[in-house]
Design a protein around this ligand. Structure first.
Ligand SMILES: *Cc1c(COP(=O)(O)O)cnc(C)c1O
Length: 402
């Protein structure tokens, strides 16, 4: 057996089968490239679902992590540490908000937002105890906890995990009328992805997000933007909502905030909203740890220059122009997305998304399918135009487009 086959067989025997990885075993990576255990190089067009916006082994992030590893890595929040205040201040500033509540994973940021919205509903809005409702969209992806899968519409993500957490109302994504009709006195929040990543990079109709903003403001309901995948440069702006000129009440951040080095997530909001917490009412052993703060501070500094957003805009325009040329030729049905982020619906006759991904793997390009015959393309924002073009050539080859 090859080194690849041995590693995969052993992983299959001893790890739960809650993923179905492509048959490649990565040993190292740099920038937009990964190298497997047999020395083959692959172009990474997934970027860890946007956790690797700044590429593999980004020298600035690795240096920040190394420096912090030598000083102090964990204090718990029982004590202050000297990176914490800077992290919170600078992240709040990047978001033009006032307060930060740090956690680790994206799902924890979503859970924190659910708690915050409910507490705000009872303490500030005056919703009767136990009656708070949060409205979410169909085809959402917000994480994997029991509460979060309770409001998923994906049977794969949800089945067999009941009893489900009550207090959520699901409306069709992009439908403002349905949202308006679902609102009651007890609605405390609307939780949405500005672009639905896992659903296939779905961009809502123009005017939807500003409409959500207007409606939530009118009805004294919090607008919670899950920018865990869409945020921090991916779409060409720091936040996907900026494309629509919308400012939410709460940003949920994760993935790229940890620079692909450590898990870092956060809820970022106003003093009125995050001010609802008192000591002991919420927390996390690792949330806001010194290593996480040091890496995230470097991420924030990199985003402040605007250079990554600019790259995502320029290369994203190029990517969408090139992918657009494939539409209508029989191989590609639709292309959606914004910036360096695309959902590509391949003609089902050419194969499932999984089969296309496997063919691309054979051509040394790594992508991930979402549903059906859709693949997503989301390279690290540091990818060169030449490498992106090389990846697009391989895609055309696999789709037999001249
Ligand atoms: C990935 C993701 C999450 C969950 O993040 P984890 O770190 O995997 O828990 C939540 N929301 C969105 C939009 C995501 O893409």
């Amino acid at each position: 057996m090859s080194a690849t086959e041995t590693a995969i067989a052993s992983a299959e025997a001893h790890s739960a089968h809650n993923y179905h990885p492509l048959p490649v075993v990565v040993a190292s990576a740099e920038g937009a490239w990964m190298t497997d255990v047999e020395g083959r190089r692959y172009l990474d067009l997934l970027a860890g679902y946007s956790a690797l916006n700044f590429g593999h082994g980004n020298p600035r992030l690795i240096d920040a992590a190394k420096a912090q590893l030598e000083r102090v890595t964990l204090t718990s929040r029982a004590f202050h540490h000297d990176r914490f205040a800077d992290f919170c201040t600078q992240l709040a500033e990047l978001c033009s908000m006032e307060m930060v509540l740090p956690m680790n994973t994206g799902a924890e940021a979503v859970e924190t937002a659910v708690k915050t919205a409910r507490k705000w509903g009872y303490r500030v809005k005056g919703v009767p105890d136990g009656m708070a409702k949060i409205i979410v969209a169909s085809d959402n992806f917000h994480g994997r906890t029991t509460t979060i899968v309770s409001f998923s519409t994906d049977p794969e993500a949800r089945a067999d995990y009941g009893p489900y957490t009550p207090g959520f109302e699901i409306v069709p994504y992009g439908d403002l009328t349905a949202l308006r009709e679902a609102m009651t006195e007890n609605t405390v929040a609307v939780l949405l992805e500005p672009i639905q990543g896992e659903a296939g990079v779905l961009v809502p109709p123009a005017g939807y997000l500003p409409g959500v903003r207007e409606l939530t403001r009118e009805r004294n309901v919090l607008f919670i933007a899950d920018e865990i995948q869409s945020g921090l440069g991916r779409t060409g702006k720091t936040f996907a909502l900026e494309h629509e000129g919308v400012v939410p009440d709460m940003y949920l951040l994760g993935k790229a905030l940890g620079g692909g080095v450590v898990p870092v997530s956060a809820v970022v909001s106003s003093t009125e909203i995050l001010g609802v917490f008192r000591p002991g009412e919420h927390g996390s052993t690792f949330g806001g740890n010194p290593l996480a703060c040091a890496v995230a501070l470097e991420v924030i500094a990199m985003l402040r220059t605007g250079e990554f957003q600019e790259r995502a805009t320029e290369l994203g325009d190029h990517l969408h122009r090139e992918l657009g040329l494939l539409v209508g030729g029989g191989a590609v049905e639709t292309v959606r997305g914004r910036g360096l982020w695309a959902g590509v619906d391949i003609a089902p006759a050419l194969g499932t998304g999984r089969e296309i991904s496997e063919r691309l793997l054979a051509e040394r390009v790594l992508v991930k399918d979402t549903h059906g015959s859709t693949i997503r393309i989301a390279p690290p924002l540091v990818i060169s135009k030449e490498d992106l073009d090389w990846g697009l050539d391989r895609l055309r080859m696999v789709l037999s487009v001249p």
